[in-house]
Design a protein around this ligand. Structure first.
Ligand code: CUA
Length: 123
């Protein structure tokens, strides 16, 4: 069984760096799907680049244990279920150009603090 976790922006404290969309039906365009694999202790790809205004659908999957996915400076935080237990999906509109760091937010071993990556929103 594939479990999908839809994340919502809720009350965004992050000053619109990335706007998480509440409902897929609110899309004005098809999302760009980017699959990200988590595995001790890396995300693949770890550097994601999108154009401003893109609706991005991140599909987060693990190749081993539970990991987390948090965009630093925001309240976006998901658990990536362990291998074979489905995926977490995060949808957002990349509104503000810049470089945003994401990191693993669930303790997963000795290299946990090295599990990081970036999302670059270009003009
Ligand atoms: Cu992966 Cu902590």
């Amino acid at each position: 069984m594939t479990r999908t976790t839809w994340l919502r922006g809720g009350s965004l404290a992050c000053a619109a760096l990335l706007v998480v969309l509440v409902s897929p039906s609110s899309f004005s365009q098809d999302p760009t799907v980017i699959r990200v694999t988590a595995e001790r202790f890396t995300f693949t790809p770890s550097h994601i680049k999108v154009k401003r205004g893109t609706i991005v659908e991140l599909r987060l999957r693990s190749e081993d244990t539970n990991h987390g996915f948090r965009i630093v400076g925001s309240n976006f935080n998901a658990i990536i279920p362990k291998r074979g237990r489905g995926e977490a999906t995060l949808i957002f509109r990349a509104d503000t150009p810049g470089r945003y760091t994401f990191e693993c937010s669930k303790m997963c071993g000795a290299g946990h603090t090295f599990m990081r990556g970036t999302i670059t929103v270009g003009e």
